[in-house]
Design a protein around this ligand. Structure first.
Ligand code: HPA
Length: 245
């Protein structure tokens, strides 16, 4: 089977399909978060993987990122578009805004890589373009055409989770110029780069990060914003699938 376009993200994104099959994929790195859902969108075969499993039962630090990424490699993906929820550090961004990630800083203590051993030669992937510029350009154009606003650039800081950040951490991240915070994208961007798949990430700003506002927030609020924006997200993804070659 060859599926050139993949999507990894929140469970609600499976609504992009009218019909789909579930494909069990095993990789040399173990099992991905769930079966891979394969169906047609705009007459193209695409694959969707729910990052945290279909019931959102896998926390960020327990995701088998290597298996998830390698599953896309095995089915022949050339492009993978990610969707995720992020917290807001830069208050020019508002809850409910979509942001297209442009760079990241990994603040986690973990090393996630396919190169735990240099078999034939040393490999250090070039991260000059952490997210595919080609995909980013297509996403921005498609969103504009659909009349859906996406903030074109944002620096993402990856924290280790699953707890949210402390106010002091967010204060530090703000001083360092980071725009949004999440718990998954640095690993994915690194691994997709290592296997040569073009990867971009449409993030949905769901909440002000801890300490930005006096009032705290709950996971339920995050989920409610994700649900509200799901149709718009699917519209953009469908348009992107249509034009990708
Ligand atoms: N922090 C980290 N990850 C997140 C947040 C947050 O505030 N909101 C959604 N994902």
């Amino acid at each position: 089977m060859e599926v050139r376009i993949g999507i990894i993200g929140g469970t609600g994104v499976y609504k992009i399909f009218e019909e789909f099959e579930e494909l069990e994929v095993s990789t040399p790195y173990g099992s991905p978060s769930d079966k891979v859902f394969v169906g047609e969108v705009n007459r193209k075969k695409i694959a969707f993987l729910p990052r945290h499993g279909r019931n959102h039962s896998i926390p960020p630090h327990r995701i088998n990122y290597r298996a998830n990424v390698y599953a896309f490699k095995q089915i022949g993906a050339k492009y993978v578009i990610a969707t995720s929820a992020v917290g807001i550090i830069n208050t020019k961004i508002k809850p409910g805004n979509f942001v297209l990630l442009s760079d990241f800083v990994d603040m986690t203590p973990y090393t996630v890589t396919f190169f735990d051993e240099f078999k034939t030669k040393p490999v250090h992937v070039d991260m000059t373009e952490p997210y595919s510029e080609k995909l980013r350009t297509v996403i921005l154009k498609c969103a504009e055409k659909e009349g859906i606003k996406i903030i074109p650039k944002a620096v993402y800081v990856n924290t280790k989770g699953p707890r949210f950040e402390t106010p002091a951490e967010i204060k530090m991240f703000k001083k360092l110029g980071f725009d949004v915070v999440g718990m998954t994208s640095a690993y994915e961007a690194t691994l997709f780069k290592e296997v040569g798949i073009e990867y971009a990430s449409i993030a949905l700003a769901t909440n002000y990060a801890c300490g930005i506002k006096k009032k705290g927030f709950s996971v339920e609020e995050v989920i409610s914003v994700v649900k509200k924006k799901n149709n718009q997200l699917i519209k953009v993804l469908k348009a992107v699938v249509k034009v990708l070659e």
